[in-house]
Design a protein around this ligand. Structure first.
Ligand code: BES
Ligand code: MN
Ligand code: ZN
Length: 495
């Protein structure tokens, strides 16, 4: 898909289709007014006939526009003019791309970025066009022998004026980077576990880094992990034929004395549960247990592509969790890299076991902040469903920054408490802690476990179990929380 900024006046624009907006009060967007004036009130006539009410999500394609260089007009309902906001803007763009997908339209000019939005500038509005079009045009076709016919659409022009074209171009650059990162994350996540193994994931990280001089990758293998005494991480991998990898990405976009932001992503390429084997239903979805790791690769790529003036480390502990004769067992006690001992009461609570050693490893980078992202608990789905990611952390400022970024990015989070009282649930009679905290507050006790390995720096944890992929007929990866993380990094770069 080719995205570009177009500053030609509308009466000189040549395109297969122009996208304009109509409010519920029958008001037209500025560009809709111009098109209407140039076409003998074509739009107003259709509104008067009742063909479009202007409700949010409504679309109407006008396929013939007499005497015009514009071949078609796609009307998008914007809803109440007074209530128009960021969410409705994103909804309007989604409706537009969905309507276009089924047509033969090859080139389109989108004017919706002109619509004023409280707190969202032209740059952000242009960026969203690219992100949302890309999000809705993604198809995973890698493993189909009969490929579906590709959509006809191949060029999207975002209209701007002489006055705001610099903002528009900056938004385009960001949008392209984020869109590409989301697609890469979705692609790696959608790949099945027999293709996307820890080794494969490491190779993909290396491939991404080859494109940028200031992005480097180091892949630690099991021998390296043994030397580091990452026994907790290694215990998870022991039941699998696939060797574990710790993928370390290093993006240096700022002076080397600037403390790095560390992103850690759970990279469980398949989670069968281990000896505490999961039940059969829906187990295929546990190929998505590496979505956190894929998001880290995507986010680092976007940061490098946007040339953000930051230092960022990405750490991905990658492993399978399988039930082999050599697998770790309930009751086993592990000595983690930190020296703290862990009683494994359930081998299916493996995410925290690979993350805890990685959190300890992160100390060596003297981080400014550490953010981990993990498809960590089914309990997060029970608590929050599939709408926001769970957010927990030991630093209010960092959590507030992430909440702010999530609102701008349209990639929601909801903070849960990480109070001392919950720590009691992790008591073990035989080790410093157990790896599970019982039925109650599963997302919180998982974060409590992690917090014990993140005492030396500001840390936040995103539980993306409900948000990283969709289940059911539309099963597929979402690429979340890449938009949120990119926004957080953009904000940090601007600060
Ligand atoms: N990867 C799963 C969490 C998960 C389950 C995410 C279902 C999305 C959907 C994780 O490794 C896991 O198995 N967690 C256990 C923890 C329990 C044993 C304390 C869970 O949630 O059941
Ligand atoms: Mn598990
Ligand atoms: Zn898991």
């Amino acid at each position: 898909m080719d995205y570009s900024i177009e500053i030609q006046p509308l009466d000189q624009l040549e395109t297969d289709c122009i996208i304009v907006g109509v409010y519920k009060n029958q008001q037209l967007s500025p560009s809709a007014t111009i098109v209407d004036d140039n076409t003998h009130q074509l739009i107003r006539n259709l509104i008067e006939r009742g063909d479009i009410k202007g409700k949010s999500n409504e679309t109407l394609l006008i396929s013939v526009v007499p005497d015009s260089t514009i071949q078609r007009v796609l009307l998008i309902g914007l809803g109440d003019e007074e209530k128009f906001n960021l969410k409705l803007y994103r909804k309007a763009l989604t409706a537009a791309v969905k309507a276009l997908k089924t047509t033969q339209i090859k080139s389109v000019a989108c004017t919706l970025a002109e619509i004023e939005l409280n707190g969202c500038d032209y740059q952000w509005r242009c960026r969203q066009v690219v992100e949302i079009f890309n999000q809705n045009l993604y198809q995973f076709i890698e493993t189909k022998s009969i490929k579906p016919t590709p959509v006809a659409l191949s060029s999207v022009q975002i209209t701007a004026t002489e006055k705001n074209k610099d903002q528009a171009n900056a938004g385009l650059v960001q949008g392209l980077a984020i869109a590409k990162a989301v697609s890469l994350t979705k692609y790696l996540s959608d790949l099945p576990g027999n293709i996307c193994t820890p080794t494969y994931l490491a190779e993909q990280a290396i491939k991404v880094a080859e494109n940028f001089a200031n992005l480097e990758v180091e892949v630690l293998d099991e021998a390296d992990l043994e030397l580091l005494k990452m026994n907790s991480f290694l215990a998870v991998s022991r039941g699998s034929y696939q060797p574990a990898k710790l993928i370390c990405l290093n993006y240096q976009g700022a002076n080397s004395n600037k403390k790095p932001i560390v992103l850690i992503g759970k990279g469980l390429t398949f989670d069968a549960g281990g000896i505490s084997l999961k039940s059969g239903g829906g187990m295929d979805e546990m190929k998505y247990d590496m979505c956190g790791g894929a998001s880290v690769i995507g986010t680092l790529q976007a940061a490098a592509q946007m040339k953000l003036p930051l230092n960022i480390i990405g750490l991905i502990p990658a492993s399978e969790n399988m039930p082999d004769a050599n697998a770790n067992k309930p009751g086993d006690i592990l000595i983690s890299m930190s020296g703290k001992t862990i009683e494994v009461l359930n081998t299916d609570a493996e995410g925290r076991l690979i993350l805890c050693d990685t959190l300890t490893y992160a100390e060596k980078f003297n981080p400014d902040v550490v953010i981990d992202l993990a498809t960590l608990t089914g309990a997060c789905l029970v608590a929050l469903g599939r709408v926001p990611s769970g957010l927990l952390g030991n630093d209010d400022e960092l959590c507030d920054d992430l909440i702010g970024a999530s609102k701008t990015a349209g990639d929601s989070v909801w903070r849960l408490p990480l109070w001392e009282e919950y720590q009691d649930q992790l008591k073990s009679n035989f080790a410093d802690m157990a790896n599970i905290g019982g039925r109650d507050a599963g997302t919180i006790t998982a974060a409590c476990f992690l917090s014990r390995f993140a005492e030396d720096y500001r840390w936040a944890h995103l539980d993306i179990a409900g948000t990283a992929w969709r289940t059911g007929v539309n099963k597929g990866a979402t690429g979340r929380p890449v938009p949120l993380l990119c926004q957080y990094l953009i904000n940090r770069a601007d600060a």
